[in-house]
Design a protein around this ligand. Structure first.
Ligand code: HEC
Ligand code: HEC
Ligand code: HEC
Ligand code: HEC
Ligand code: HEC
Ligand code: HEC
Ligand code: HEC
Length: 365
């Protein structure tokens, strides 16, 4: 029904557009933002809706003639869909081909215009198309997801305001999450014992290693006490297009983060964390008195990653984002794997676990 209504509206619009001498006026209400500028998009709707029926798909093929290679872009200019002296557009396809990416180029014919997200069908194929994250009729440079429908509250769809609400459409309560993936809202929710401050300010009011302008609580203008998914996930090339399209770093991360065990510590190895947390403070044991011992290691065999002890998103159970990597950390002979902090700012506690064959039974720090 809704789909038929859309098609009817589409038909109506094009009827008006084709017969109206000044078609820009009737188009105004539907098309706003970056794609509504007639000096750069002289053929308006026809830049994306072409052919006899003027219908289009939600696949990237609609977008890449302008947002892909420069050869394709010149063709669009020659054909008059994009103005010659147009603004600089970057090659999004090149970014999407990086090893860690959103599967825009590799998944086809799954997105439906009438689909409901978060997905309710367990067996539904996973996908991410440009139009899942950008509404081509409303997108603007400073509002990349304007017009994307968000959560349903009773019978109304609330528009997305924060980036994380966009991400949760596919990475939170989706019935079709891959086996290894977890519900991101469950990790970031502010009722957790600890969490990186994406949905709201953090649980810990004093985080000693934070580098200015990052701070646990915003007190002065310029202070940053909340961060975004995009502060960690996105293009590794700071000069390239922003956004979570693709990266050379594992986890689609903007910077290097070594998650495996047994690497020698270095600025590069944990560069992601050191963007916001002072390396000297961490290695100087200003918070956890055994940080340096674990991260640098005792021998030339290297140390262990932050990932062995910390979750980069949040920890429902423990303070300080503690979540042990059970590939490396094992339960003791009596089956215990436990962290017992003495309190948020006491900088002491104890661990019961086995790591590298070393048994810790209520080992205190
Ligand atoms: C930048 C590309 C682009 C431009 C410009 C554009 N559209 Fe669209 N339009 C799309 C895409 C892509 C879809 C399909 C979205 C999907 O599958 O989720 C679409 C869908 C539609 C629909 C279906 C209902 C809806 O809103 O989702 C209508 C109607 C429509 N467009 C009308 C127009 C009209 C009229 C214009 C000119 C005023 C226009 N479009 C300009 C890309 C564009
Ligand atoms: C005919 C060429 C053309 C097509 C086709 C096209 N775009 Fe654009 N797009 C542009 C231009 C021109 C801008 C404005 C760039 C600027 O002002 O810097 C733009 C801006 C954007 C922006 C805002 C970011 C920015 O740099 O301003 C996004 C996001 C975007 N387009 C996504 C899409 C998506 C998604 C599609 C396919 C559904 C699409 N575009 C199809 C030409 C096009
Ligand atoms: C329309 C659905 C959709 C939306 C919206 C979406 N994603 Fe994804 N994302 C996917 C799919 C599909 C994958 C491939 C793996 C999978 O199925 O989870 C993926 C993978 C990822 C990965 C893992 C990549 C890797 O190399 O392991 C990260 C990180 C990610 N997304 C972050 C985000 C962030 C941040 C946002 C919000 C800005 C977001 N996603 C929005 C569908 C989506
Ligand atoms: C974009 C900036 C940013 C990045 C990157 C970042 N952090 Fe944080 N981190 C913060 C902020 C802001 C807080 C303060 C949260 C609070 O007040 O509880 C914080 C807090 C923490 C805490 C303490 C949480 C608590 O409740 O005590 C830990 C542990 C932590 N980060 C570890 C990491 C690790 C490990 C990495 C790398 C994977 C990392 N951070 C990357 C900004 C960042
Ligand atoms: C402080 C940095 C940081 C922030 C902020 C952050 N992430 Fe991540 N994320 C990571 C790291 C590091 C990994 C890889 C390690 C892992 O899997 O836990 C990761 C892994 C992922 C994955 C792939 C693993 C999986 O479970 O599917 C997804 C999807 C993801 N993040 C989504 C998000 C979303 C959505 C947000 C915002 C709501 C977000 N991340 C915010 C650092 C961050
Ligand atoms: C999973 C969600 C997602 C998908 C899929 C996606 N984008 Fe984006 N894109 C974003 C987000 C989020 C931003 C904003 C990043 C920021 O401003 O920090 C963005 C930014 C952009 C920009 C502006 C870059 C800049 O530096 O100004 C363009 C252009 C763009 N996207 C085009 C596309 C096109 C074309 C496609 C499909 C080929 C696409 N995107 C697919 C989420 C997505
Ligand atoms: C062996 C486990 C372990 C490893 C490995 C580890 N940490 Fe921690 N970290 C802890 C514990 C335990 C605490 C909490 C100490 C307390 O407050 O009682 C902590 C606290 C923190 C805090 C919050 C206090 C502060 O310093 O601001 C940050 C941030 C942090 N760690 C970052 C890192 C980073 C970055 C790495 C990797 C370079 C790392 N940690 C590696 C166990 C670990």
């Amino acid at each position: 029904m809704i789909r038929n209504l859309n098609l009817f509206i589409l038909f109506l619009f094009f009827t008006i557009l084709i017969w109206s001498p000044s078609n820009a006026i009737s188009a105004e209400s539907l098309l706003q933002g970056a794609h509504a500028v007639s000096s750069t998009m002289p053929k308006s709707c026809r830049a994306c809706h072409r052919g006899m029926r003027m219908t289009t798909t939600g696949e990237e093929a609609v977008c890449l003639p302008c947002h892909g290679s420069s050869t394709d872009r010149s063709t669009m200019q020659t054909r008059g869909f994009l103005s010659g002296q147009s603004v600089e557009l970057q090659d999004m396809a090149a970014v999407l081909r990086k090893p860690y990416n959103h599967p825009v180029l590799t998944v086809a014919n799954v997105h439906r215009q009438s689909e409901t997200l978060p997905e309710e069908q367990v067996s539904a194929a996973r996908h991410a198309e440009c139009v899942d994250c950008h509404n081509p009729h409303q997108v603007a440079a400073d509002a990349p997801f304007r017009g994307i429908p968000g959560r349903r509250v009773v019978n109304n769809i609330i528009e997305i305001e924060n980036e994380y609400e966009l991400c949760y459409k596919c990475h939170s309560q989706s019935a079709n999450l891959p086996g290894s993936a977890t519900d991101k809202h469950a990790e970031f929710k502010v009722t957790n014992r600890s969490y990186h401050p994406v949905e709201g300010e953090g649980a810990n009011s004093y985080v000693i290693s934070l580098k200015s302008p990052y701070t646990a609580r915003a007190n002065r203008p310029g202070d940053i006490s909340t961060i975004t998914c995009g502060d960690c996930h996105g293009n590794d090339d700071p000069a390239g297009p922003r956004g979570p399209h693709g990266s050379n770093y594992e986890g689609l991360l903007i910077d290097k983060y070594e998650m495996r065990d047994g690497f020698s510590e270095g600025q590069y190895v944990y560069a992601l964390c050191y963007r916001c947390h002072e390396r000297n403070s961490i290695l100087g044991d200003e918070s956890f008195p055994k940080h340096s011992l674990h991260i640098t290691g005792r021998t030339s065999g290297g140390g262990t990653s932050c990932f062995t002890c910390h979750d980069a998103h949040g920890s429902p159970r423990y303070q300080a984002l503690i979540r042990f990597n059970e590939q490396v950390v094992r339960p003791t002979a009596s089956g215990k794997l436990e962290y017992k902090p003495s309190g948020a700012s006491s900088r002491s506690g104890s661990c019961t676990l086995v790591c590298h064959g070393v048994e810790h039974i209520d080992r205190t720090y």
